[in-house]
Design a binder for this molecule. Structure first.
Ligand code: GLU
Length: 428
């Protein structure tokens, strides 16, 4: 579904320019916020299991840290580009600002495909990534976390390498660590649950009862699985999910009109969320083309895979019944598709608000680590609910008062907060 010309950073800058105009930002602030403060590009040499030697390309982009240390995940993806990492770092800045946590925006990545790498090879990539940027990251400067195709295990390898370099324990270096190793209960669920906390609030505004709604979800990884779990828990019905098939190198949508069974599908899924097609058929799922998720006759769409998925080429396939789009992924909707959704009056919960639950829980992980006192899961999740709900209400009230599209309202709040921090520090 990727159009060749798509550039995530150009998209992030176009979104920023639109809000800079709305806020009438001065030129200096625009110049500062349109681009990352710093970025690092480096090579990671790895001795492969077959005896060969391979060099992977890694990145860390620090977009803005005026509100606190940079924060953001590290993606492992074969199609990673520095421009995608730049966009994701910028979105992290807005994400931390919209939920009012004292952190800035960063992102990292490695061009690699973990599907084809052994655990030992991935460990070397993690350790090599840290060796290349150890001096430019750290608990008081820039704190990494998991993201697409990286997990708590990757975070632990990275932490271990950082602590060896530093010569001391430093659990605040990274979040998303395994529970029992400085990780927080609820972190795994946090992004997906956060999507549904905001979705629940949106449904209230639209006077829709979750039990009377149906949803279609793109993706079946960490974000999608927990979003489905909580949405079903509050009464919603997911009738279609779409995910990547590693064997066929394409994606498929899996539909069951009576509603998918999450546990059943998770039982036939690989570690990246790829569903076993043959088993799904046996279990009575219809197997449809990958982009069929978008044209389902449902009330809610939850794109929870990657960027550039709702585009001008497929936006008109979205059913007239769709009332809400909750963006679990970062950057799933291109600006031209967004314009169509805005005109159609679809209630879009923008990515950096909808999926801010992950980084909010990462912040809780840091707080718990600092106190060396770890909270119960329910405690973490109820604090997460409070943070996400109040961020949602702040954005939707502004949208209503100023008659703004939800994405614009979220941007107005975030960019104002970040611009103010830059001014107060005397940066611009
Ligand atoms: N990678 C997640 C995101 O895109 C979480 C970042 C974090 O926890 O720092 O929001």
């Amino acid at each position: 579904m990727h159009s060749k010309s798509f550039n995530a950073f150009e998209m992030a800058q176009a979104q920023f320019d639109r809000v800079a105009d709305l806020l009438d930002l001065d030129q200096g602030t625009r110049d500062l916020l349109r681009n990352p403060l710093r970025e690092y590009h480096f090579s990671i040499p790895v001795h492969m299991d077959d005896g060969s030697f391979k060099v992977f390309r890694g990145f860390r982009v620090q977009h803005n840290d005026s509100r606190g240390p940079g924060k953001g995940g590290i993606r492992f993806h074969p199609a990673e580009t520095v421009d995608t990492v730049r966009a994701l770092a910028m979105w992290m800045t807005w994400k931390c600002a919209v939920v009012e946590i004292p952190l800035g925006g960063s992102k990292g990545g490695v061009i690699c495909d973990p599907h084809h790498l052994s655990a030992r090879e991935q460990e070397q990539i993690c350790r090599g990534w840290v060796r290349q940027v150890a001096r430019n990251v750290g608990p008081y400067w820039d704190v990494p976390a998991p993201d697409v195709m990286t997990s708590a295990q990757h975070m632990l390898w990275m932490l271990d390498e950082f602590e060896i370099i530093e010569g001391r324990k430093s659990p605040g270096f990274i979040t998303g660590k395994p529970v029992g190793m400085g990780g927080s209960l609820g972190r795994k669920e946090a992004t997906g649950y956060g999507v549904v906390y905001t979705l629940r609030e949106a449904l209230k505004e639209l006077n829709l009862k979750p039990e009377n709604t149906q949803a279609s979800v793109q993706g079946f990884g960490n974000v999608a699985q927990y979003a489905i779990e909580l949405y079903q828990h509050i009464g919603g019905n997911v009738v279609c999910v779409s995910c990547w098939d590693q064997t066929d190198k394409t994606s498929y949508s899996y539909r069951k009109k009576s509603g998918i069974n999450l546990q059943e599908l998770m039982g036939i899924t690989d570690r990246f969320g790829g569903i076993n097609k043959a088993r799904a058929k046996e279990l009575g799922y219809e197997v449809l083309p990958g982009d069929a998720w978008i044209e389902q006759d449902v009330d809610i769409l939850i794109p929870s895979a990657i960027e550039n998925q709702i585009t001008k080429d497929n936006v008109n396939k979205i059913s007239k019944r769709v009332r809400v789009i909750a963006e679990g992924a970062n950057g799933p909707t291109t600006p031209d598709a967004d314009k169509v959704l805005h005109e159609r009056g679809v209630f879009v919960i923008p990515d950096f608000l909808a999926n801010a639950g992950g980084v909010t829980c990462s912040y809780f992980e840091q707080v718990q680590s600092n106190m060396n006192y770890f909270w119960e899961r329910d405690d973490v999740l109820s604090r997460l609910d409070v943070k996400m709900t109040s961020a949602f209400i702040g954005v939707s009230e502004l949208a209503r008062q100023r008659k703004l599209y939800m994405r614009d309202a979220a941007y107005v709040i975030s960019v104002s907060r970040v611009a103010q921090a830059c001014h107060e520090r005397g940066w611009v």
